[in-house]
Design a protein around this ligand. Structure first.
Ligand code: CP
Length: 307
């Protein structure tokens, strides 16, 4: 059963397989299971991109998407995550996408649930499909990961995107450096030797990857005003001019404009922020295909891009 819970469980060749398949979808490949299949997207935390792009991906693969909203479900009566997923499995849902505020929520499900679980983000832990779509965007740009320098800048401690990308990019041969407020760095799981002052990181990087300040996960409120953060750690117009000629700007979004990045840079020539979102659909199609194909007896109909 091919769950996708963290990037750590994906071997390098599996990452490349998903990226290749995602690129084929981007180029027009079509695939759908031979039998009607159902999916459900369980988002216990807010989302625009991940939830909507999974739903587009599911519909493009011909799945029927069972509406599920936490607020109107029996979660409100105290039903557990396990019982919720087991119920959906019992009534014929073939795969679930879950986002949850608790780190590693999936540990209580694995081994007991018999349909693929795809992690749409767990707390401060992992965001595997965000990492894969970021990888696809970088690969489309540079055609390699080897030798690239990726600066991940911002609220690193609270960022599942930072952790997933640090894992994948390093294993794929890129050099990952970090910057932002040092008190928001994650000394436990990331190498402090790779921490740089913001102006050094910006000058060196092929990819400047900014992270959202995740106010909702901060226990101490208001340590920086928006203007202070922007001038000390944000991508200002002055810092953008310091970037290498061919380097690009990425951000998983949602963006706090004029905090992590100047408003006028969000859609500038270097920015790949909306390209990342576009690629999210193709990566999620590839991940869903991989999961559904792991179910016994599921075969797909594939047609190539010219159709
Ligand atoms: N990048 C990302 O995960 O966005 P959403 O929170 O809107 O899904």
């Amino acid at each position: 059963l091919n769950h996708l819970l963290t990037t750590n469980e994906l071997k390098v060749e599996e990452i490349y397989q998903i990226l290749t398949e995602a690129q084929h979808f981007a180029d027009g490949m079509k695939w759908s299971p031979e039998v009607q299949m159902f999916s459900a997207n369980l988002f216990f935390e807010a989302s625009t991109r991940t939830k909507s792009s999974f739903e587009v991906a599911e519909r493009r693969l011909g799945l029927k998407v069972i509406p599920f909203e936490v607020q109107t479900s029996s979660v409100q009566k105290g039903e557990t995550l396990y019982d919720t997923v087991k119920t959906l499995e019992s009534i014929g849902v073939n795969t679930v996408v879950i986002r949850h505020g608790q780190d590693r929520y999936f540990d209580e499900l694995v081994g007991k649930i018999n349909i693929p679980i795809i992690n749409g983000g767990d707390g401060c832990g992992h965001h595997p499909t965000q990492s894969l779509l970021d990888l696809l965007t970088i690969y489309q740009e540079f055609g390699t990961f080897t030798g690239l320098k990726i600066a991940i800048i911002g609220d690193i401690r609270h960022s599942r995107v930072a952790r997933s990308n640090a894992d994948t990019l390093t294993r794929l041969g890129a050099e990952v450096i970090f910057s932002g407020p040092i008190e928001w760095f994650d000394h436990h799981s990331l190498s402090a030797a790779r921490f740089r002052p913001i102006d050094e990181a910006i000058v060196e990087a092929d990819v400047v990857m900014l992270l959202r300040v995740q106010h909702e996960r901060h226990q101490k409120k208001g340590s920086y005003t928006a203007a202070d953060y922007h001038s000390q750690f944000g991508l200002t117009l002055e810092r953008e001019k310091m970037m290498k000629p061919d380097s690009i700007i990425m951000h998983p979004a949602p963006v706090n404009r004029n905090v992590e990045i100047s408003d006028s840079l969000v859609e500038c020539k270097r920015s790949r922020i909306f390209k990342q979102m576009e690629n999210g659909v193709f990566v999620r199609m590839a991940v869903l295909k991989r999961s559904l194909e792991s179910l016994k007896g599921v075969y797909g109909n594939e047609t190539t891009y010219s159709e």
